[in-house]
Design a protein around this ligand. Structure first.
Ligand code: AMP
Ligand code: MG
Length: 316
C-alpha cells in the first residue's frame, strides 16, 4: 500500500469536482451516506475496486454494495421482480440494500460481487453521495470507509483515523444520520430473506411486501465471507503450483506463467482485480482441474489467499 497524502475537503462544488475526478481516475474517495461514511470507487473498474480492499486492508473478499442514483439505474444492473419493485418504491432512496440477480452482460466488475451472479444494490439518500454519483456518472461500490476490523465511521475524523495516507480524499459533510449500516434483504430465492438487520426493520419490509421475510438464521449463512453462495469454481483447485500437471489449467502469477495470469508483473492489486474473472475462465475451460501459482501474503495477497483457500476447500 503506497502512502499518499489524504485531503479532507468540506462538501461543496470544488470538493465534488475533485472527488468525481478521483473516481474517474480509478481512485477511492470517502463520502458520507445516510448510514456511515463509505469508501467509494467505480464499480465498473476492477482495479479501482481492488483499491478499496487494499486501502481497507480487508483480509477477505466479501461482495460489496453498489450505490446508484435511482431505481432506473439499478434496473440496468440488476434484475427486478415485483417484490423488488415494491421495496424500491417504498424505501428508496434510503438505507435498504436489495440483493438481486445480476443482469448478465453488464459492466459491473466481478470483484464487486466476488464472482457471484447476484448483486447487492441500493439508492442512498445522502446529498453528498447522490452528488458524487451524478458528478462521476459511475455506479459506486462502497463498503464502510474504515480499516478492516475497526468501527464504522460516522464522521470524517473517524475515516481519517484509520485511512489517513491510504486514500486521496475525504468528502466531509458532517456526521451521518443513521450510523447503522443499511438493512440487507435478499430477493434471489422464492422467499425474501434478511441478510443483515439495519435501520429498516424486517417487520416493516414484510408489511410492505405483504409476505413474510425469513430471519437471518433461517437456513441462511449470513456472516460475510461465510455465505454458502460464495463463488467457488466447480473444478478441483490446486494451490501453490509451480507448473501445470496434465489436465490442469494453470493460473500464473509473477514468474510463474500459465494459460492465464493474475499479474505477470506480480502486482497484487492487479491480481485482486483479475481474480474472479481468472477463476471463471479456468472453470469454463476444457481442462479438468485448475492450478494456481503461489501468491505472497502481503497487502492484498492475504485476501487473495483467503479466497483461494476457500475455493480449494469448498468441495465435497
Ligand atoms: P459492507 O460493504 O461492508 O457494508 O457489507 C456488505 C454486505 O453485503 C456484506 O455482508 C455482504 O456479504 C453482503 N452482500 C453484498 N453483495 C451480496 C450478494 N451478492 N449476495 C449476498 N450478500 C451480499
Ligand atoms: Mg464495515
Amino acid at each position: 500500500m503506497t502512502l499518499q497524502s489524504t485531503r479532507t475537503l468540506p462538501y461543496g462544488e470544488a470538493a465534488l469536482a475533485d472527488a468525481a475526478a478521483a473516481i474517474r481516475a480509478g481512485q477511492c474517495v470517502a463520502v458520507p451516506t445516510e448510514t456511515v461514511y463509505g469508501l467509494a470507487a467505480d464499480a465498473t473498474d476492477s482495479h479501482a475496486v481492488a483499491g478499496i480492499y487494499a486501502a481497507k486492508g480487508r483480509p477477505s473478499f466479501n461482495p460489496l454494495i453498489v450505490h446508484v442514483p435511482d431505481a432506473d439505474a439499478a434496473r440496468r444492473i440488476a434484475v427486478f421482480d415485483a417484490r423488488a419493485d415494491r421495496l424500491a418504491a417504498a424505501f428508496w432512496p434510503g438505507p435498504l440494500t436489495l440483493v438481486l440477480p445480476l443482469r448478465p452482460g453488464g459492466e459491473i466488475a466481478s470483484l464487486v460481487t466476488a464472482g457471484l451472479d447476484s448483486i447487492a444494490i441500493r439508492v442512498p439518500a445522502h446529498r453528498a453521495m447522490q452528488a458524487l454519483l451524478a458528478a462521476s456518472g459511475k455506479p459506486l461500490a462502497a463498503p464502510s470507509a474504515n480499516a478492516s476490523g475497526t468501527i464504522s465511521p460516522t464522521r470524517a475524523a473517524h475515516v481519517l483515523a484509520t485511512l489517513d495516507g491510504r486514500i486521496p480524499l475525504i468528502l466531509d459533510d458532517g456526521p451521518t444520520r443513521a450510523g447503522l449500516e443499511s438493512t440487507i434483504i435478499a430477493l434471489t430465492g422464492t422467499q425474501a430473506r434478511l441478510l443483515r438487520p439495519g435501520p429498516i426493520a424486517a417487520a416493516t419490509l414484510a408489511a410492505a411486501l405483504g409476505e413474510p421475510v425469513l430471519a437471518a438464521g433461517d437456513g441462511a449463512v449470513v456472516a460475510p465471507g461465510m455465505m454458502a453462495s460464495h463463488y467457488a469454481p466447480s473444478k478441483p483447485l490446486r494451490l501453490n503450483a509451480a507448473d501445470a500437471r496434465p489436465g490442469e489449467w494453470l493460473i500464473g502469477f509473477g514468474a510463474v506463467a500459465g494459460q492465464d495470469t493474475l499479474s505477470a508483473t506480480g502486482d497484487l492489486i492487479e491480481a485482486g482485480a483479475r481474480l474472479f474473472d481468472s477463476l471463471h475462465r479456468a472453470d469454463a475451460s476444457e481442462a479438468e482441474s485448475i492450478a494456481i501459482a503461489p501468491v505472497p501474503m502481503d497487502g492484498l495477497g492475504a485476501a487473495i489467499n483467503d479466497r483461494l483457500a476457500r475455493a480449494a476447500a469448498d468441495r465435497d
